[in-house]
Design a protein around this ligand. Structure first.
Ligand code: GAL
Length: 440
């Protein structure tokens, strides 16, 4: 059976569909709210010239290499277009999104900008900041090569407002094999309870069990502790109103998060995700929970070999689950160089573009037709799991798949307090209340 067939069957579980209905419900079915598709709905012909201002948060080591590979391909194809790389530093786009909000608000969009596929795009659609590019999906035959359930996830009132370039996995734990060996640990923890036991051995050996960085990395950890403790159905229900945040089960999972953090370097949390990984690389710490952009950091930036210098598996308690997120690119309304933006999106959605980008970035293609010979080593695991029909697929909070920006903003603030106080009940109540308050 081909990978394409296996994969398109694989990603239609209830959790993904539920997330899609959250997106649809949030848009209220008002056709006039969306981007208006002002420009010509056709691929530009003729010579390309002028500029392409490309906006992302891919700057540091491990984030920028994939971007550069893709921009280089664009430059080869369009040598007379000047690419302006308007990246704003800061993992997960926390700083970039603030800059972007002010540019979009003042009518100064770049030619194309990065957004996570899913709920994160809703407010841009509602504010009319982005064009519907479903015509490009039709023109390029992408309706047949993007997985059906992903297309459903990014379709709002019949429109599609961004082009996904990849699938990243959130629920991963990375470790330094030498550190585990030194502490007499054979294998990474299969549950967070087991992590707590291992943490004591690691601390006795003078090692930091787990490292963290800024708030978004703590949120990344939180979502994966919740997933590991609650399982995929209850986790998915957190984002649709089906799981009660204030239930005993969720409170217990939140208490576990606090206990896990007690075995981290929270007090000296690093400024971004790369320096948070450094103590693991240096042998001072054992574990880091991070998405698979970390692969590019371990491999390309640090030059370590998979399974020798570093290793990785599903974060505790999440075997058989795939917590997904996707980087996607938009066609802003009033993009100054719209034709070049369309050319860029055409490349980002192409097989060549995705096979150039993903083996460098640490992600797998959003399309179902990759050249699988390019995805060896670490990549075999996400490719296999993403395409396995038995995998439970759920979406990431920290990376924009499941909560719209209004609710996520409230969760971020509540989390800031929670990591200081450890008060699970107060956090759960704040998140549940914010859900009610931010429904459109
Ligand atoms: C994620 C993004 C990834 C990677 C990471 C760290 O939000 O989807 O592509 O860039 O942040 O910056």
């Amino acid at each position: 059976m081909s990978w394409i067939q296996r994969r398109s069957r694989a990603i239609a579980p209830a959790a993904l569909i539920a997330a899609a209905s959250l997106v649809l419900a949030a848009c209220g079915g008002d056709d006039d709210d969306g981007g208006n598709g002002e420009g010509a709905q056709e691929i530009p012909t003729g010579d390309a010239s002028g500029e392409l201002e490309f906006f992302s948060w891919w700057t540091g080591g491990g984030d920028s290499e994939g971007k550069e590979a893709l921009l280089q391909l664009f430059e080869e194809q369009y040598p007379d277009v000047g690419v302006v790389d308007a990246a704003v530093a800061g993992g997960a786009g926390t700083n970039a999104q603030a800059v972007l909000a002010s540019r979009l608000g003042s009518g100064e969009p770049p030619d194309s900008y990065q957004r996570h596929a899913g709920a994160e795009l809703l407010s841009d659609i509602q504010d009319g900041f982005v064009e519907d590019v479903s015509w490009l999906f039709e023109e390029e035959g992408w309706m047949d090569v993007y997985p059906e359930a992903l297309l459903e996830q990014i379709t709002v009132d019949g429109g599609i407002y961004s082009v996904p370039v990849n699938i990243h996995r959130s629920n991963l734990i990375w470790w330094n094999p030498a550190v585990l060996a030194e502490a007499g640990i054979d294998a990474p923890p299969a549950s967070w309870d087991e992590f707590l036991t291992q943490a004591e051995a690691l601390e006795a050996a003078g090692k930091t069990p787990l490292t963290v960085g800024p708030l978004w990395t703590q949120e990344h950890l939180l979502e994966n502790v919740l997933l590991g403790e609650l399982g995929p159905d209850a986790y998915a229900g957190l984002w649709t109103g089906d799981t009660d945040w204030e239930s005993q089960e969720v409170t217990a999972a939140l208490d576990m998060f606090t206990q896990v953090l007690e075995h981290s370097n929270l007090g000296q949390a690093a400024a971004d995700w790369q320096p948070a990984i450094d103590p693991v690389v240096d042998g001072d710490a054992a574990y880091n929970v991070m998405g698979d952009w970390a692969w590019a950091y371990f491999e390309t930036v640090q030059g370590l070999a998979f399974e020798e210098g570093y290793n990785v598996t599903e974060s505790p308690g999440t075997e058989g689950m795939f917590n997904w997120l996707s980087d996607s690119f938009t066609l802003p309304v009033d993009a100054p160089n719209r034709d070049n933006a369309v050319r860029w999106l055409q490349l980002a959605g192409s097989q060549e573009g995705q096979d150039t980008f993903n083996p460098v970035k640490g992600s797998i293609p959003a399309r179902t037709d990759p050249d699988s010979s390019l995805y060896t080593g670490y990549f075999e695991m996400p490719l296999e799991d993403w395409s396995n029909p038995d995998t439970a697929i759920v979406g990431s909070l920290a990376h924009g798949a499941v909560a719209d920006n209004a609710w996520k903003g409230e969760i971020d603030s509540a989390l800031q307090e929670f990591v200081g106080s450890g008060d699970s009940a107060a956090f759960a109540a704040a998140v549940a209340q914010a859900y009610e308050d931010t429904r459109p």
